[in-house]
Design a protein around this ligand. Structure first.
Ligand SMILES: NC(=O)c1ccc[n+]([C@@H]2O[C@H](COP(=O)([O-])OP(=O)(O)OC[C@H]3O[C@@H](n4cnc5c(N)ncnc54)[C@H](O)[C@@H]3O)[C@@H](O)[C@H]2O)c1
Length: 359
């Protein structure tokens, strides 16, 4: 057993079908009286219904959350929260909406109740991000960690299948890297393996029937576990690759995670055989299929576009610049990344660009 440090984080989790109906009670427990409900424009109807359900405790709705939390939108939302005298934020949606709540909380200290409707996992982390002049700044601060999270699988039934699959792979990526984190611990490894397994089993079932409530529950359970791993331990090469590509080429978040993960795991696997074995076991693949190949097959069989060249405008000639960016400011990684790894990273990016199955 390796030495470890384990910090438990204080988020209350309410999980189950119909759990949204306990929102009023949860707000009451927090003694909040002027709730601001946040959502994206696409989920405004939900936000308004939720605000109606809260009655006099709802102070207003702010339905302008967008991907990567632009500083301008965060500023408007913060002013709205102050104007309304809000004492609590309810974020209904995916990582973009939870991300907006976090940036408001960072400045105001307002408590957050998160009601996640994707598998991104932001609700379980103290990580925030804000984008200004095309540059995304991220940080960790316990003030942004949601106080309460309500997981209701009913709210995920209408998450489009394509987005569900990519979002599930995004969650799996948190757990896969958590299995070899420099500050990992046995509890997070248990959660990571269980989370990958729950999502991998749920994905084909959701693909067959998006309204399969059992599978939706399993996927949301997996998302909770994987999000907890992301919130507790540090991420490595895979997340660096996704942040670099996402930032430089404005690519869709979950889709980039889905297609890059097998390549990052293939790159690291020989350095972390135990983590690779646990990923294989969670995926339920046979001994002849590597963790990386198993992840690739899972994503491809789920209908996810597995070639970088097909998901956005990334010219092949720009891969060299991306490789330079990755090695110039690397995250900690079990296989050390520095300029001597630049060609290996370029090959990894090229494999992902072409959509080759790692082996
Ligand atoms: N800070 C963290 O710990 C953390 C973790 C993961 C992701 N993120 C951030 O979250 C963002 C991505 O989040 P995301 O992938 O959840 O996407 P998202 O929140 O942008 O949602 C994508 C789209 O799907 C819609 N949608 C969400 N749930 C739906 C549902 N159940 N039914 C129908 N439509 C629904 C949304 O309204 C939106 O239009 C990125 O900015 C990423 O950086 C942050």
């Amino acid at each position: 057993m390796k030495d470890f440090i384990y910090n438990s984080q204080a988020t209350r989790v309410v999980f189950g079908r119909g759990a949204l109906s306990s929102l009023g009670q949860e707000i009451e427990l927090m003694r909040a009286e002027r709730v601001l409900v946040l959502s994206t424009p696409a989920q405004e109807t939900w936000a308004r219904q939720i605000a109606d359900g809260l009655g006099a405790r709802a102070a207003g709705v702010f339905a302008q959350a967008v991907m990567h939390v632009p500083a301008r939108i965060a500023g408007i939302a913060r002013e709205e929260a102050q104007r309304l005298g809000s004492d609590c934020l309810v974020a209904v949606g995916g990582g973009s909406t939870v991300g907006l709540a976090k940036v408001i909380a960072l400045d105001t200290g307002l408590p957050i109740v998160a009601v996640p409707t994707t598998y991104a996992g932001s609700e379980m982390t103290p990580i925030f991000g804000i984008t200004e002049d095309n540059i995304k700044r991220t940080g960790r601060d316990l003030r942004v960690l949601p106080r309460t999270v309500i997981y209701d699988p009913d709210l995920t039934l209408d998450l489009p299948v394509e987005l569900s699959m990519a979002s599930a792979m995004n969650a799996i990526a948190h757990a896969a890297e958590g299995l070899y984190a420099h500050d990992g611990n046995p509890v997070m490894s248990l959660m990571a393996e269980e989370g990958i397994g729950a999502l991998a089993r749920a994905m084909p079932a959701i693909r067959r029937d998006a309204h399969d409530l059992e599978a939706r529950s399993d996927a949301l359970y997996g998302a909770w576990l994987c999000g907890s791993v992301l919130g507790n331990v540090g991420m490595a090469l895979h997340h660096k690759l996704c942040h670099t590509l996402g930032g430089a080429f404005n690519l869709p978040h979950a889709e980039v995670h889905a297609l890059m993960l097998p390549h990052a795991i293939a790159f690291n696997a020989p350095w972390v055989p135990e983590a690779a074995r646990r990923i294989q076991r969670a995926l339920g693949v046979d001994a002849g299929t590597s963790a990386a190949a198993g992840l690739f097959d899972l994503a491809k069989d789920s209908g996810i576009t597995m070639a970088l060249r097909h998901i956005g405008a990334v010219p092949e000639t720009d891969l060299a610049t991306a490789a330079d960016l990755v090695v110039s400011a690397p995250y900690w990684n079990p296989r050390q990344i520095d300029v001597t790894q630049r060609d290996a990273i370029y090959r990894l990016l090229s494999d992902a660009w072409h959509g080759r199955r790692p082996d």
